[in-house]
Design a binder for this molecule. Structure first.
Ligand code: ATP
Ligand code: 3PG
Length: 403
């Protein structure tokens, strides 16, 4: 049972401001379709079928990163999923946005510009502060209600997520409702056998606290991706440095070095680090290197095959497996070995399993794995791991307060 209002509680034919989360990988400036688009398209289709007029609000990337792009491509991907036109408005709450919103008719849908291009969206501030911004105060009167479908961003106290529910009637969309229900239930489960957590991807800041918080329930952590390399660096290996202009490692190391070193020393017996890594050789092929021989100047893009096999074996003997983040750049088939071996091992067994992360969940579809072979495939990453640790999600909290 949920403690917020859902779209089942909406009167028909309302003018709705709908927050979705289609934050996705961007390749050569082009946004890549992922599971999030398909899931939100279902909510949008349901709202349009009920004659609501829908203006979508979303974010993409973070300022300063090359994934920080407009939402024009997102409108096209959504249009493909919905099988109808989705208007893109290159403005968040200025005159152009207001005019487009006022022209919306029942059954119409448009996408406003990347919310993070609006100065008041970031940084993290209390919901009351966000509710008072010009962004929220300008848009709120244009609508009958606000719908938050962005469970996967509900851990961020940003204006588009926490400001509107305090300024207008607020409801949860279908993705918010189903992800909240599934992820909250996971925490209450108890397991007799071994519980394994596979942690990878790029966001160390989201994952390091998890290791400390779930230490009473998780027996071992298999690390990979950028997060795994940061731990290897803390373990004295010459890896986990930004090379070729990347911006994955150095700032995270500067910000979290002490925590990583402390977690490694306190939980070291339960933390499994890669024993080999993979990179691209001069001929563009996958090359494997044992961690004893790794080089600071090389960009490592996957865990090695021995590590992938070892992690897959550990998964096979587990009663529950939780995955957050990819073990390598699985979008490139040469570096998908770690991620795909682990996911395939989970799919083969009947353990309780959750795969989380907006990008990571995409690997399930890309490599022809069946979502039905996992207990839950979550489109959320940071929000899912916070739910696992029992941490409150501010975006959910304000929906509850609004109800
Ligand atoms: N060694 C690596 N170098 C560069 N990128 C990596 C590496 N290992 C994994 N990745 C990238 O990590 C991404 C997935 O992790 P990310 O931290 O973005 O989490 P996520 O699954 O999308 O969760 P969230 O929803 O929190 O964003 C993949 O797109 C993959 O390419
Ligand atoms: O992709 C995600 O996990 C969410 O959209 C949140 O994005 P963020 O980590 O850039 O805040």
């Amino acid at each position: 049972m949920t403690t917020f209002k859902t779209i089942d509680d909406l009167e028909p034919a309302q003018r709705l401001l709908v927050r979705i989360d289609v934050n996705a990988p961007v390749s050569d400036g082009v946004v890549q379709d992922n599971r999030r688009f398909a899931r939100h398209a279902e909510t949008i289709a349901e709202l349009l079928a009920d004659d609501h007029a829908v203006a979508l609000l979303a974010h993409q990337g973070r300022p300063g990163r090359d994934t920080f792009v407009t939402l024009e491509g997102h409108a096209d991907v959504l249009a493909d999923h919905l099988g109808r036109n989705v208007e893109y408005v290159p403005d968040t709450f200025g005159e152009e946005a207001l005019e487009a919103i006022r022209n919306l008719e029942a059954g119409d849908v448009l996408v406003l510009e990347n919310a993070r291009m609006c100065e008041e969206e970031l940084p993290e501030e209390a919901p009351e502060v966000k509710a008072d911004t010009e962004f929220v105060q300008t848009l709120a009167p244009e609508f009958d209600a606000y719908v938050n479908d962005a469970y996967s961003a509900a851990h961020r106290s940003h204006a588009s997520l926490v400001g509107f529910p305090l300024a207008m009637d607020a409801y949860a969309g279908r993705v918010m409702e189903t992800e909240y229900t599934a992820n909250s239930a996971i925490r209450k489960r108890e397991f007799d056998g071994t519980v394994t957590m596979v942690l990878g991807g790029t966001k160390a800041e989201d994952l390091i606290p998890v290791i400390e918080r779930v230490d009473d329930t998780v027996d071992r952590f298999c690390l990979g991706g950028i997060v795994g390399e940061l731990f290897l660096r803390a373990d004295g290996h010459d890896v986990g440095y930004d090379v070729d202009g990347t911006e994955f490692f150095d700032h995270q190391w500067d910000d979290h070095r002490e925590t990583i070193e402390r977690v490694l020393s306190e939980y070291g017996d339960r933390l499994l680090l890669a024993e080999d890594l993979a990179s691209e050789d001069g001929a563009g092929e996958r090359a494997e290197t044992a961690v004893g021989e790794i080089e600071k100047e090389t960009s490592y893009l996957d865990v090695g095959s021995d590590t992938a096999e070892r992690y897959a074996d550990l998964v096979r003997e587990s009663e529950a497996v939780f995955v957050k983040g990819a073990l390598g750049v699985f979008e490139d088939e040469r570096f998908a070995t770690g991620t795909v071996e682990v996911l395939s091992a989970i799919a083969e067994t009947d353990c309780f399993s959750v795969v989380g992360g907006g990008d990571t969940a995409r690997a399930v579809d890309m490599y022809d794995l069946e979502a039905e072979d996992f207990s839950h495939v979550s489109v959320a990453g940071g929000a899912y791991v916070r739910a696992l640790t029992g941490e409150e999600l501010v975006g959910v909290d304000v929906l509850e307060r609004a109800a």
